[in-house]
Design a protein around this ligand. Structure first.
Ligand SMILES: C[S@@+](CC[C@H](N)C(=O)[O-])C[C@H]1O[C@@H](n2cnc3c(N)ncnc32)[C@H](O)[C@@H]1O
Length: 452
């Protein structure tokens, strides 16, 4: 089989340039998305990705047994695995509940077959429209989104009118690829000219000791993003469409995939995925600006639904609810959760009991996930699941081992590869560092689960 990747395609007659697609070094200490930052398509939106395009390509090379077949990413994020699978010539299906991530993943799939001309037109149309509007001092028709609250002004006074004009421009576009590309260009840049920042969670700039953003050339920043996107689409257009697989992104929870008939048992040839980590990274809160400013949400209730649907939910969602018990029988995991529950009980929801609820909900969802993996894989196929260990209330929780145990219980064979060791961790980890039990290294692992 010829592995038709962007890189190999570029080396073939259609392309001149070697694409910097694969740069996984395995020793980065930064968040996973940093490895995707320079790569075509993957650079459109920074997302806590869990893995790089490079890793996905390796998985396809190592585990895809057939010339044709289906790659699944149940937690697709902005579509790293789907893009790589399609470019390698395989069909791909992804599920993603976050509307901004889903928009991005779906648009990438469409843009891989898109005509770069559309984006040329879009870029020049956007630049001249904005230029004219600004020259004429046009009053924006758009307004800040209803229901969006921020502790300090999200955009400074000189920036807000520029943003509202961008929204006017988007409103005038017909729905379709051009509009989606424009929304992504806006969404992927909007925090950069706001008074908020990622550290890596969303917080005010002053809270992170950074100055407010008083001035910015919003048009220029978005135009730059669009021109990157245009370049990527132009490069991809050199790949004959017959060499690309078919991609589908469902903007819905993976957990319903069999029930809804999206996927049939034993139909998947390879799963490559990185579910949310057990680090309480709050995808919903961290994308609040995108969800509101792009019109995906108007109220807190809508965000709550999304939180409830999320794999593992979040500590904030379950910490003060009724005690959550495990819905499966694995004594090692029960002991682990009991141990967490017994820590700092005097702190209630902020101590062991609250965090045990979070861990229990996370593992209950992990169990549902692993059972689905077993059901969906074709015999002889593999699922590669990238997860890490986390320190919760001073206890080292090795999620990779838990998933392996769950896999065994479902009859899957497992094998783990440490992908990288990190020196610094997330907020939960820091709490253990403060408590002086920090001699545990943090790592990320690819757990390979094989169905015989
Ligand atoms: C670690 S990220 C995956 C990122 C992805 N590897 C990429 O390259 O962008 C986990 C993703 O799972 C999504 N997610 C959480 N619960 C989900 C569910 N029940 N169904 C589908 N997606 C879900 C989150 O919104 C988040 O984007």
């Amino acid at each position: 089989m010829t592995q038709r990747t962007l890189r190999s395609m570029a080396a073939e007659p259609f392309g001149q340039q070697q694409l910097p697609l694969l740069q996984y070094t395995g020793d980065s200490s930064g968040p996973a998305f940093s490895e995707n930052r320079e790569e075509p398509f993957h650079r459109w939106v920074n997302w806590i990705a869990g893995f790089s395009a490079d890793l996905v390509r390796d998985c396809i090379k190592d585990y895809m047994k057939r010339e044709e077949g289906l790659v699944l990413d149940p937690f697709a994020g902005v579509g790293t695995a789907l893009v790589e699978a399609i470019v390698a010539g395989y069909d791909a299906i992804g599920f993603e509940i976050n509307p901004f991530a889903a928009l991005t993943a779906r648009t990438k799939l469409e843009a891989l077959r898109g005509n770069p001309k559309y984006v040329d037109d879009l870029l020049s149309q956007f630049e001249s429209w904005m230029h004219e509007a600004q020259q004429q001092g046009r009053e924006p028709a758009s307004a800040p989104p209803k229901g969006f609250r921020s502790r300090i002004d999200f955009f400074s006074p000189s920036i807000l009118p520029q943003v509202l004009l961008v929204m006017d421009f988007i409103d005038e576009l017909d729905s379709g690829l051009r509009r989606d590309l424009m929304r992504i260009a806006f969404g992927s840049t909007l925090v950069s000219y706001s008074n908020y920042t990622y550290e890596p969670s969303l917080c005010t700039r002053p809270g992170a000791d950074r100055p407010l953003v008083e001035e910015a050339d919003v048009k220029g920043i978005i135009a730059h993003k669009l021109s990157q996107m245009r370049k990527d689409i132009e490069q991809a257009s050199r790949i004959p469409t017959s060499a690309l697989g078919e991609g589908t992104l469902y903007h819905e929870s993976f957990f319903g995939c069999v029930h809804t008939g999206r996927l049939k048992p034993s139909s998947v040839d390879l799963i490559v995925t990185s579910p949310p980590y057990l680090n309480n990274y709050h995808y919903v809160r961290n994308t609040r600006p995108h969800l509101y400013w792009l019109g995906f949400a108007e109220s807190r209730d809508e965000l709550r639904e999304l939180e409830e649907e999320s794999y593992g939910t979040f500590w904030q969602t379950v910490r003060n609810g009724p005690r959550i018990d495990l819905q499966f029988d694995l004594p090692e995991v029960s002991q682990l959760v009991d141990e967490i529950r017994s820590q700092r009980t005097e702190k209630g929801q902020y101590g062991g009991p609250g965090w045990a609820n979070y861990a229990a909900r996370y593992f209950n969802d992990s169990w549902r996930f692993i059972q689905l993996v077993e059901k969906l894989l074709r015999p002889g196929s593999t699922a590669v699941v990238v997860v890490g260990n986390h320190i919760i209330q001073g206890i080292n929780v090795e999620v990779d081992r838990v998933l392996s145990e769950m896999g065994h219980k479902c009859g899957l064979h497992s094998d783990s590869h440490i992908l990288r060791k990190k020196r610094v961790g997330d907020s939960i980890t820091n709490s253990s560092v403060r408590r002086g039990s920090a001699d545990v290294s943090l790592y990320e692992t690819a757990v390979a689960l094989r169905k015989s």
